[in-house]
Design a protein around this ligand. Structure first.
Ligand SMILES: [Zn+2]
Length: 238
């Protein structure tokens, strides 16, 4: 028995590094905006003299009246549940819609501190043109000293997640877009993307995104894309 115990102990110790590495896989889910805008400014990148406001407040549904911050959170919380079921650890930048929005540096720092395998930012779009519609995904433009360490992986994640999100929602494909001016990208030390699920200023997409069924579709598409990016089976999302 003592010998079997020793064998088991050694087997356990040998398997620990793999188990520990597995448990360290973290995805940071960032539901955009909050109850109120934040007019304070912050530098758009480390050491930059260019400043932008922390949060303009987001858009809202022209037909549903839904606040973008609430839609982003509903999808984010569904995504958290799906990823956790698939064995991925999730850190949320927020779990309520309450108070003034934190800045984008603060959001990036949550992802950096977590050592996130992916910093996934969830948004919905707005336009002055009510006909504008479709799904697109943004990722950081290449800038030495700011994003060169995360550029390639962010772009790869954007391509994969955009494909899965678009097919889950069935909205038109607006493709990918590089952004040099996003504070939350420039401060990120981990791969980062921002999805614009659809347009809340388009009555059709707004009405659909306001339903639980489409919020579930969005979360499922984001889960599948995230797992595919991480080299895991998207079927784990259910
Ligand atoms: Zn937004």
């Amino acid at each position: 028995m003592a010998r079997l115990g020793l064998v088991l102990l050694v087997a356990t110790l040998l398997s620990m590094p793999a188990a520990a590495a597995q448990s360290r896989l973290v995805v940071v889910v960032d539901p955009g905006h909050d109850l109120r805008a934040n007019g304070q400014t912050e530098p758009i990148g480390p050491g930059s003299s260019t400043r932008k406001i922390k949060d303009g407040g987001g858009t809202h549904g022209v037909a549903s009246g839904l606040r973008e911050a609430d839609l982003n959170l509903k999808v984010g919380l569904r995504l958290r549940a799906l990823l956790q079921n698939a064995g991925v650890n999730v850190v949320m930048t927020r779990t309520r819609t309450a108070g003034a929005s934190m800045g984008n540096i603060a959001r990036a720092r949550i992802a950096n501190r977590a050592g996130a395998a992916l910093f996934l930012r969830i948004h919905a779009d707005g336009s002055t043109d009510p006909a504008a519609r479709g799904t697109h995904t943004l990722y950081p433009a290449l800038r030495r000293g700011w994003t060169d360490d995360v550029y390639a992986e962010s772009k790869r994640a954007a391509r994969i997640v955009q494909a899965d999100l678009r097919s889950a929602l069935g909205f038109p494909d607006r493709g990918l877009q590089e952004r040099a001016d996003f504070t939350g990208f420039n401060w990120s030390d981990v791969p980062v993307i921002l999805v614009e699920m659809g347009f809340m200023t388009n009555p059709t997409e707004d009405r659909l995104l306001a339903t639980a069924a489409y919020q579930r579709r969005a979360a499922l598409g984001l889960c599948r894309g995230t797992l595919r990016y991480l080299g895991r089976a998207p079927a784990l999302c259910g």
